[in-house]
Design a protein. Structure first.
Ligand SMILES: [Fe+2]
Ligand SMILES: [Fe+2]
Length: 188
């Protein structure tokens, strides 16, 4: 794995300014959450740093990278290629940033959809992405910020539910991973 500062510089050239600012907000929040929950601060901030490394690729590039990295493009992804940035990002983290740690890779790989039974590092990045300080104010943000530091699984459930409702309100199809994740965290 490259050193944090080396990855930070490398990443800066791959992201728009807006995305870079968002990314550093996620790093900051992930660090805070990791300390709060006694998780691995380095892993959480490193995964936060790389989580959107493939987000600014164009749709054409996303399609090309899915082919090159053998990432299956399911029906939901076909309709919304943006989702693929989590899977491509995980591959880029392995290949370009030499990440081998499963928790970091998974945290990038499932930061948009979530999945059932996530590692603490994955949950922290998922939540930090939603609540970081630069996020424009929206209805569910305050509740998510409060829950994030009270009960991490309740925060997962709340964010997944809000995300699912948002996707439905825009008449878009839900990714099966999000549905599985919500079903899982709903029961806890
Ligand atoms: Fe993302
Ligand atoms: Fe993000």
């Amino acid at each position: 794995m490259l050193e944090f500062s080396v990855s930070e510089r490398k990443l800066q050239s791959a992201l728009s300014i807006q995305r870079y600012i968002h990314t550093m907000g996620v790093v900051k929040e992930a660090k805070k959450l990791a300390k709060h929950y006694n998780a691995d601060v380095y892993k959480c901030s490193y995964a936060g740093l790389l989580h959107d490394c493939a987000k600014d690729y164009t749709d054409d590039m996303k399609i090309r990278f899915c082919r090159e990295y053998h990432i299956p493009v399911d029906d939901v992804m076909k309709e919304n290629m943006d989702i693929s940035h989590q899977f491509i990002g995980a591959e880029v983290a392995k290949r370009e940033y030499l990440v081998e740690d499963t928790e970091i890779i998974n945290a990038i790989k499932y930061h948009t959809t979530g999945r059932a039974d996530m590692y603490i590092t994955e949950k922290i990045v998922f939540i930090a992405d939603y609540i970081e300080e630069g996020r424009k104010k929206f209805d569910t943000l305050y509740e998510a910020r409060k829950l994030a530091y009270e009960n991490i699984d309740a925060a997962m459930k709340f964010i997944l539910k809000s995300t699912i409702e948002y996707v439905k309100s825009r008449n878009r199809r839900l990714h099966p991973l999000s549905v599985e994740a919500y079903e899982y965290y709903k029961k806890l």
